[in-house]
Design a protein. Structure first.
Lengths: 268, 268
């Protein structure tokens, strides 16, 4: 594999959501440099056709590879569902999605009754139940679309009565099914994982996509000898396809620190 | 004016929101036929550039006129802000927007302290404070973006703790300003006007866009001799630029009765 070990890990999403995955990767692999692309001109991907999402994903991922990325993380559930195979075929670097590592974790933990929370598009796709049926056949799976969490989080409502009411509305049917683990299958949801966990109680294990994906990426790149060892680390870099000042402020909230846009940050 | 009195009244919006205006018009003018266009391929308009919204609006309005519309109602705050003048210039039929009649009503009622609730795009445009400053200069104006109401309404959450918490979160700062009237400056909000009114209390008059606009359209078309008198009424008709089954079900909720899509309903 020709990828330079010192190249960045490339990630992309339709907007800021994938920054929770970037945060987890930065925490898990502090020696690595990240190159993040938010396809803000086309957000939200959840409303687009599979063909369109596949086209955007291919050109973004190729651009990140052209900029030196040694691996690509599809930090978005919608794009992971429809574009992963095409990217694996098209690219010469390792490609990761945010679904398979979570499915593998449910199988590894031998979860008996697992709940899935996701956007309407993710739940409607049926991708989690289908993959779990194949890889964790003993797990009973129940899935709920929980679409109000995204606008509430994007309004920066991270505690208080509105968030409590929204979480409670989704928690009631979930708890009624006696799930023993809950997959937060949207990259936005980790922002309020603590509040969800508090409402679900100690008997429900929360499976948070960013940490599981970061662990899997770290293990795979380590196995392939693709982790940096010595050279001093440059700052993480961020790019978008449509710039708004709001992106930078909400990106900071999702990434947990101020972000530095590349000089040539506008592309696509 | 060459418009045929028996032609329909044309309305358009980026989606279902304008159907609350269609409902009010159908109630106020039961003898009239409506021809409604939802530009669902381009929704939401709130995120688009003024140039793009103007272009969509011009071609939709022209198409409605070509289909026989005797008047055009821009049933959308975003399009009313940026496309009204262009449509007045381009079309030979009367054109109405959803802003001017509401501003005139605030002036007519001599409201002393008026609050505005709208989407981020509407509030950021500053169109209501600017027009009120010119036409109701004695009214003190305060405006709040209340963006969570749209996703909550579109999730069909029309009562209960989530809606109560969202309304309460916006009502507190509004009540703290001692407003005597509140403009619901988004075509979605009338769906929960009763719940908003209950929280605001009897001392705050709710100014609901659809009823005010319908009254103004009825008076203007009456003055111009453009209201139907005798011929039996054909059913209202509906068109969209991107069809999804969800449109028909949510449209029924907004319009208050089942809608009939035209045979050639897909256009644009």
């Amino acid at each position: 594999m020709p990828a330079a070990v010192d190249g960045p890990i490339g990630l992309f999403d339709s907007g800021v959501g994938g920054l929770t995955v970037a945060r987890a990767l930065a925490d898990r692999l502090p020696g690595e440099r990240l190159l993040y692309f938010g396809d803000t001109a086309h957000l939200p991907y959840g409303d687009k056709s599979p063909e369109a999402i596949r086209g955007y994903s291919l050109s973004i991922a190729q651009h990140l590879v052209d900029l030196g990325a040694k691996a690509i993380v599809i930090a978005c559930n919608s794009a992971s569902s429809v574009a992963y195979d095409a990217l694996v075929d098209a690219l010469s670097v390792p490609v990761f999605n945010v679904i398979d590592p979570v499915v593998a974790e449910v199988a590894r933990l031998k979860v008996k009754r697992v709940g899935i929370w996701g956007t309407k598009a993710t739940i409607k796709s049926g991708v989690f139940p289908a993959k779990l049926a194949a890889q964790a056949p003993d797990a009973a799976v129940r899935a709920w679309a929980t679409p109000l969490l995204v606008p509430v989080i994007e309004e920066n409502i991270l505690h208080g009565p509105i968030l409590d009411a929204v979480i409670d509305g989704y928690a009631r049917p979930t708890l009624a099914e006696d799930v023993t683990a809950l997959v937060l299958a949207c990259t936005h949801y980790p922002i309020v994982a603590a509040q969800i966990g508090q409402r679900m109680g100690a008997n429900v294990a929360l499976l948070s996509t960013p940490q599981i994906v970061a662990e899997h990426v770290a293990a795979t790149l380590g196995d392939r000898g693709l982790l940096r060892t010595a050279a001093p680390k440059a700052p993480h870099e961020f790019m978008v396809s449509d710039y708004t000042p709001a992106f930078e402020s909400i990106a900071q909230q999702f990434f947990g620190e101020a972000i530095a846009l590349r000089e040539d940050h506008l592309w696509g």
